[in-house]
Design a protein around this ligand. Structure first.
Ligand SMILES: [Zn+2]
Length: 232
């Protein structure tokens, strides 16, 4: 069982190594745990069986990375893991290029949160710089660790950036910034939108193509996830 300040509900998760984890909100009464497990027993068994019968292609638990290379900002981090059972988990920089992750097998959410913090520190000021260069203003920027897209721009000129951009070559990150900033003028991919992009970045065709394939720069640990999760 893990208490999470951010959890609103109790949630069951099954990890690829068959560990069952219950994530509960802070005020959760532990005495409710047996009935919660009872209630979801068949769901848990079904998923465990599926895991075990994966047979010929067993699901490998993802290995925690020993190094994290952030190509976008030319940083490299050696990661060490502190396997304490205090229940606390987190990720902090300990000196030049050394990252310490505590909390045992919860290394993945810790690393993701660290990435989001790095994104706010590095990607957002960089976006501001490109915004100044291009004269395309935006209202605000958020950074998330998401699977589906590199970035987005809302009709109110709010730009969302994927923390995964930190793993991508800098020229592609810069192109993504230009791409999203141009959406502050055109909320579509019309001919006038692309004309504006071309003015800001003449090489946009090749960069756009490369960005579509930039998923290959993401390390496999980033989006490997617990195979199943259910909310109570
Ligand atoms: Zn677009």
């Amino acid at each position: 069982m893990r208490r999470s300040a951010r959890a609103r509900y109790a949630r069951l998760k099954i990890h690829p190594d068959s560990q069952v984890e219950v994530v509960v909100p802070r005020g959760f009464d532990e005495r409710q745990l047996p009935s919660l497990l009872d209630q979801h027993e068949s769901w848990v068994l079904r998923h465990l069986q599926r895991l075990q019968s994966a047979g010929t292609t067993p699901l490998q638990p993802v290995a925690a990375p020993g190094k994290v290379q952030l190509a976008a900002i030319a940083e490299q981090w050696d990661v060490t893991y502190l396997d304490d059972e205090s229940g606390r988990y987190g990720c902090r920089a300990a000196g030049e290029g050394v990252l310490k992750v505590s909390g045992g097998h919860h290394w993945q959410p810790s690393l993701k949160r660290w990435l989001v913090r790095k994104g706010r520190q590095h990607l957002v000021p960089w976006l501001e710089q490109v915004s100044t260069e291009t004269g395309l203003a935006f209202r605000g920027a958020t950074v998330r660790c998401q699977r589906s897209r590199w970035g987005s721009c809302s009709s109110r000129s709010q730009i969302n950036l994927n923390a995964g951009l930190l793993f991508v070559p800098p020229e592609l990150v810069r192109y993504l910034f230009v791409h999203e900033l141009c959406h502050t003028r055109h909320m579509n991919h019309s001919a006038s939108y692309w004309r504006l992009v071309a003015r800001m970045e003449p090489d946009y065709r090749a960069l756009d193509r490369a960005l579509r394939q930039a998923g290959k720069h993401l390390p496999s640990w980033l989006h490997a996830r617990a195979i199943a999760a259910v909310r109570s």
